[in-house]
Write a protein of this length. Structure first.
Length: 377
């Protein structure tokens, strides 16, 4: 923003009662949009504002990452600076007076978003953070498209993560996530100026890099420039998908995720993690939880019990018949060879309750302690 724009009004600290402090260490007092807010040393304006219920739009910010101040979406007016400051990395200080929603701030948000729109030749992906900000603040002035093509990795044919450079705003959330959270640093910012892009070392495929295919870079990307390759062609329909919260059953950690369901087709289209800070997995998933959901609608998935007929072929049957057959055969083995010739193996793909019942069946019904579960190894 030009320096000659006068700072907005800074309301007096007595304008409103103090909001609740974040914790017992909140020893500083700042005024945000006329409301006194207590904050702890080291906190940022963004953290103090959010605790006070004040919304400041962000793009490069992710609670899990060290703030970088790359996107400039969160600029606000602060009494300690003539220029606007990035709320995501500007520290609180005693007596600061901050304005987050003045005409000057609003003008900045529109101008910035106009620049991002001008650099998105394919348009902005619907439902993304960038799209939501554009709908909230508008684009003023409208700017012509700029010609600043960025190189992607056209030869990277990994089946999971697709990078669409034309939608990238270079916020570096993906590279910082990969480094700071996943701790593998498979991707990095490369090149300079308008050619800056996201690359791997030597531009190799993610499969040939240190990438663990966690998909966290997809989840944190605020523009949809990173997307799951298998469903990239459906990206415009993502906002119409309905999230169904569930627990991953690949291991015993209990990560929460949202199955994104196409209600019309009754089909799981993709898997996303709940927002950071809301569940135990803190916005993270592993390769299995995020990408290995194809079994849900797989045509070979068992949906009814099977028993072998006289010729040994597996044929469908009803549950009563299948359970009776299993009971007869297990009882027959126990009676003929002894209880400890039986063994019961359950699965981490089952619920805790189901696993409990399997060991109960082994111990109480058949009198053997021969029971195990695949996650116990
Ligand atoms: S999938 Fe995970 S490990 Fe691979 S580049 Fe993305 S964040 Fe890094
Ligand atoms: S790919 Fe997404 S997360 Fe990574 S720098 Fe570009 S916009 Fe940011
Ligand atoms: S969110 Fe603060 S500069 Fe990007």
């Amino acid at each position: 923003m030009p320096d000659d724009v006068p700072p907005g009004p800074f309301p007096g600290s007595a304008a409103a009662p103090a909001r609740a402090a974040g914790d017992g260490l909140a020893t500083l007092s700042v005024v945000i949009d006329g409301t006194q807010v207590h904050a702890a040393p080291g906190e940022t304006l963004l953290q103090a504002a959010r605790r006070a219920g004040v919304t400041i739009p962000t793009l490069c910010h992710d609670e899990r990452l060290a703030p970088t101040g790359a996107c400039r979406m969160c600029l606000v007016e602060s009494s300690d600076s003539r220029r606007m400051v990035p709320a995501c990395r500007h520290p609180v200080a005693e007596g600061l007076e901050v304005v987050t929603d003045s005409a000057r701030v609003h003008r900045h948000r529109q101008s910035l978003l106009s620049l991002y729109a001008a650099d998105a030749p394919e348009g902005v992906k619907p439902g993304t953070e960038l799209d939501r900000h554009m709908r909230t603040y508008g684009l003023e002035p409208g700017l012509p498209q700029v010609n600043a093509p960025r190189e992607g990795r056209p030869d990277d044919d990994n089946k999971y993560v697709l990078f669409q450079p034309e939608s990238c705003i270079l916020c570096a959330r993906c590279t910082r996530y990969c480094d700071e959270v996943e701790a593998v640093a498979a991707i990095t910012l490369a090149e300079r100026g308008s050619a800056t892009t996201i690359a791997t070392a030597d531009n190799v495929s993610l499969l040939d890099s240190t990438c663990e295919l966690c998909g966290g870079c997809i989840d944190t990307c605020p523009t949809g420039a990173l997307v799951e390759r298998k469903v990239a062609h459906r990206q415009d329909t993502f906002p119409s998908l309905k999230p169904v919260r569930t627990t991953c059953n690949y291991c015993g950690v209990g990560c929460q995720f949202d199955l994104q369901v196409d209600p019309a087709a009754n089909q799981v289209v993709r898997v996303t993690s709940p927002a950071p800070g809301t569940t135990t997995n803190d916005g993270n998933l592993c390769v299995k939880g995020r990408f290995a959901y194809g079994f849900i609608g797989h045509p070979e998935r068992l949906t009814e019990p099977l028993i072998r007929d006289a010729s040994g072929e597996l044929v469908p049957t009803d549950w009563d018949t299948a359970l009776q057959r299993a009971a007869d055969l297990l009882t027959g083995v126990r009676d003929k060879f002894g209880k400890d010739t039986l063994g019961f193996i359950s699965s981490s793909r089952c619920t805790n309750e189901e696993n409990y019942l399997v060991q109960k069946l082994a111990r109480a019904a058949f009198g053997t302690n021969n029971c195990h579960q695949c996650a116990a190894t």
